[in-house]
Design a protein. Structure first.
Length: 266
C-alpha cells in the first residue's frame, strides 16, 4: 500500500497559491515510499514508474539520498540503508501507543498463541505500529510500518466504523474496492452495513477476505475522550473456528484493549 494512495496530488505539479509547500521534498518522500512496493532492489526506471515522476527527478532524489547515507546503488539497482529506520524511529519515540501496547500484545499473543497487532488509520490504509508475531501465517510478512487496505481488514473496519457518513461517502468514492480473495466484500452498501454492525458490537471479524486461510478479529482502542485512536487485533489461520475467535480470543483482546485505554488516560 502507498502512503499516497487516495491522494489526488500530482508530484509533477506545483501547488498553486501555497508558497510553503516544498514539491522537491514531497518528491523525495514519494521515492522513499516506492521502495516498499518492490520485492527486489528497484532500478531508476522502476522508481519512475512507481512514483509517476520523471527519470530526471528520480535521479536527483536518489543522488540526494545517497549523499546523505540513506541509499546505496549497485549495478543500476538501488537500496535503502539501515539509516532510513531513524525516520520511523522518530515517530515511535514520540508516541506512547506502541510502547504501552507492546507488552500487552506480547501477553495476548502468548495466551492465544497467535499474532497480535496494533494499527492506526493513515489515509485509506491501516499502518501497523506494534506487533507480536506468533508465526508466519500470511504470504506477506507483516511488521511495524506495514500497510494494508482498511475495507477488508478487521482493524480497518473497526477504524472505519467510527468515521462519520460524509467521510465514508468520500472514502467509498475514492477507494477501489479490489477483491483479494473470492470472499472479499467489495460492495459499498454491504460494507456500510457491516461497519454499522461493527459500531454496534464493538468488534470486527474478517474471514479470509484479505488472504485465503487467514481470519482476523479486532477491537477499538479509545483515548480518554472516547475517541477511537487505534485498533488491536488477533490474526489466526482458518483452522481456528469462528466460535473460538469470538468466545475465547475476543475476551482476551478486550481485556488487553481496556488495559491499554487505562494507560492512555494517564
Amino acid at each position: 500500500m502507498s502512503i499516497f494512495a487516495g491522494q489526488k496530488w500530482n508530484p509533477r505539479m506545483t501547488t498553486p497559491g501555497d508558497p510553503n509547500f516544498m514539491t522537491s521534498f514531497a518528491r523525495g518522500l514519494r521515492v522513499i515510499e516506492a521502495f516498499n512496493q518492490t520485492a527486489t532492489p528497484p532500478s531508476m526506471a522502476d522508481l519512475a514508474r512507481l512514483t509517476g515522476l520523471s527519470r530526471a527527478a528520480v535521479r536527483r532524489c536518489l543522488y540526494t539520498l545517497q549523499q546523505l547515507g540513506f541509499a546505496t546503488s549497485s549495478n543500476g539497482r538501488y537500496q535503502l540503508t539501515p539509516r532510513i529506520l531513524a525516520l520511523g524511529q522518530a515517530y515511535l519515540a514520540n508516541t506512547p501507543l506502541p510502547t504501552a501496547a507492546q507488552p500487552l500484545l506480547d501477553q495476548v499473543s502468548a495466551e492465544v498463541r497467535e499474532s497480535c497487532s496494533l494499527a492506526l488509520l493513515d489515509g485509506d490504509d491501516i499502518v501497523y505500529i506494534a506487533r507480536a508475531s506468533a508465526r508466519r501465517i500470511m504470504s506477506v510478512v507483516l511488521s511495524v510500518g506495514s500497510r494494508l487496505p482498511a475495507y477488508c481488514t478487521a482493524m480497518g473496519r473497526v477504524l472505519l466504523a467510527e468515521r462519520g457518513a460524509p467521510w465514508l461517502d468520500d472514502y467509498f468514492q475514492r477507494v477501489l474496492l479490489t477483491p483479494f480473495t473470492d470472499r472479499t466484500i467489495t460492495d459499498s452498501t454491504e460494507l456500510r452495513s457491516i461497519l454499522a454492525e461493527v459500531r454496534g458490537t464493538g468488534f470486527a471479524l474478517v474471514d479470509q477476505e484479505l488472504e485465503t486461510g487467514l481470519r482476523s478479529l479486532a477491537v477499538p482502542i479509545r483515548d480518554g475522550s472516547g475517541t477511537v485512536v487505534a485498533a488491536m487485533n488477533i490474526s489466526a489461520p482458518a483452522r481456528v473456528s469462528l466460535s473460538t475467535m469470538c468466545e475465547v480470543f475476543l475476551p482476551s483482546l478486550r481485556k488487553a484493549a481496556l488495559e491499554l485505554e487505562q494507560q492512555l488516560r494517564y
